[in-house]
Design a protein around this ligand. Structure first.
Ligand code: NAD
Length: 472
């Protein structure tokens, strides 16, 4: 049994004032594998005070000093890779390839931030003004469960790069991963108070961060509903807010695409992170004249996915993170059938032979219209929908007809034509025949997918405010 009794404030592991104990549940079989004591709003206040006290000295550090600190952070996190992988497998249930990536990413992303910091222009000339980029102050960093360690490290490294201090509110469903990362960061030699980690409920700790007058900035990744609540709470104190929220991303397959190749890429895009990915391409748009062919290819690709024990190397889709998430996905599968979508493969319940754990049958629907909840709402599980279009104009209009605008994928044989189509899509990231990531490019969404951008130079700018100095 794992027992997590401490949070991290001002360079020390301390017992929280909060006294709620939360079970840690293994999603692969639903068993209780530990308990954690959660922080409350008072703990958040203590952490904010520590970060505020550390800010003036930290804001005065040089870029070279912060690069050194980030390098120390990198080495500490890198050394925790195998421990982190074990925690991700046990607590989150990511299959082998994914848990390997998820345990490497937190260290890799620190290196990416260091590279950006080395070329960030903190002082620029604008006419006769010297524009100086100043750190905002204490940053509240709030993370989701689907990539908790990655977001802790990414947001913290970026805040540090900018000269901000931080209070981190990790997801309460990522307790083991947070413990591994906290222990690693403790050994990194960062000055006390520069980062503080208070795991607790969103309604108490998260809310305390977004209301506090001492917090200048919130960087949040999570659901659109929570993003709205944070925006409202943050308004009174005019906090700078970066919100990375949900998505309902289109995969637009053009009429000249090879069916098998397109289906493989589309299913990969849809089932990233067992379908628990903000960027998952869950609306697959295919030309009506080739509907039967694409249905067949996509069905074959979805049916080839293996949903099961994440510790088994053959598994490609692990369990949902918890029972609530499993219920949510089941609800959407039932709704799809009730509302007239045609089930091609998968469906309700657990995969054959699995009686415990939060497993979903990889599911594909056709005859989905863009008005159905299947096509409009974020399901966050391995459930994909096929929609058909008659011509390119209709395809582009359908792709853009969404509350969201995070990501889009265009697949077509004629690369230049696919790119022309991509340039008409409203999304923060448009990929043409690839799922490649580019860490130097800004990441974030249009519309309800968020506000602002992370990554690259834009990511550092989001923790800074310009001051224009004009001499007479
Ligand atoms: P969530 O919104 O339920 O929780 C995210 C975090 O916010 C958690 O730490 C939670 O405790 C906290 N929180 C909850 N209520 C709060 C409040 N009132 N004030 C402050 N904090 C509060 O999201 P989740 O279920 O953990 O994560 C899944 C969601 O995250 C999905 O919608 C997904 O699309 C989104 N996501 C977006 C990106 C992106 O980069 N755009 C990346 C990953 C996940």
């Amino acid at each position: 049994m794992h027992m997590i009794e401490h949070i991290y404030i001002n360079g020390q592991f301390v017992t929280p004032d909060g006294d709620e104990w939360l079970d840690i549940i293994k999603p692969a079989d639903g068993s209780v594998i530990g308990k954690a004591r959660l922080a409350n709003a008072q703990d958040a206040e203590r952490a904010i005070a520590a970060a505020a006290a550390a800010f003036p000295a930290f804001a005065a550090t040089t870029v070279a000093q912060r690069i050194t600190l980030l390098e120390q952070m990198y080495h500490a996190v890198n050394g925790a890779e195998s421990e982190l992988r074990a925690a991700i497998l046990e607590e989150y249930g990511a299959p082998t390839a994914r848990s390997e990536w998820m345990s490497r990413y937190p260290a890799d992303v620190i290196l990416q931030v260091i590279e950006e910091l080395k070329r960030y222009p903190f002082v620029q000339q604008a006419g006769r003004a010297q524009v100086q980029m100043l750190p905002l102050g204490v940053a509240g960093l709030i993370t989701p469960w689907n990539s908790n360690a990655g977001f802790i490290c990414h947001k913290l490294a970026t805040a540090i790069a900018a000269g901000c201090t931080a209070v981190i509110k990790p997801s309460e469903f990522s307790l083991l991963q947070t413990q591994v990362i906290t222990r690693a960061l403790h050994t990194a030699g960062l000055p006390a108070g520069v980062f503080n980690i208070v795991t607790g409920r969103g309604a108490s700790v998260g809310e305390a961060l977004s209301r506090s007058p001492q917090v200048a900035k919130i960087s949040f990744t999570g659901s659109t509903a929570t993003g709205k609540a944070i925006l409202r709470s943050a308004a009174d104190t005019f906090k700078r807010v970066t919100l990375e929220l949900g998505g309902k991303s289109p995969t637009l397959i053009l009429p000249d695409a090879d069916a098998a190749q397109a289906a493989g890429l589309a299913v990969q895009a849809g089932f990233i992170n067992s379908g628990q990915a903000c960027i998952a391409g869950t609306r697959i748009l295919v030309p009506e004249q080739r509907k039967a062919e694409f249905e067949q290819a996509l069905t074959a690709a979805v049916a080839a996915e293996v949903s099961g024990d994440p510790a088994d190397a053959r598994t490609t889709i692990g369990p949902m993170v918890n029972e609530k998430q499993w219920q949510r996905v089941q609800h959407y599968i039932a709704l799809g059938e009730q509302q007239g979508a045609r089930l091609l493969t998968g469906g309700s319940g657990r995969p054959d032979g699995l009686h415990h754990g939060w497993y979903i049958r990889p599911t594909l629907f056709s005859d989905v219209t863009n008005e159905m909840p299947l096509a409009r709402e974020e399901i966050f599980g391995p459930v994909l929908s096929i929609l058909t279009y008659r011509d390119e104009a209709e395809a582009i209009a359908m792709a853009n007809d969404s509350d969201y605008g995070l990501s889009a994928l265009v697949i077509g044989a004629d690369e230049q034509h696919a790119r022309n189509v991509g340039e008409q899509l409203i999304a923060g990231r448009v990929m043409i025949n690839t799922l490649a990531h580019e860490p130097r490019a800004p990441f974030g969404g249009f519309r309800h997918s968020g506000i602002g951008r992370e990554m690259g130079q834009a990511g550092i700018s989001a923790f800074l405010e310009p001051r224009a100095l004009i001499a007479g």
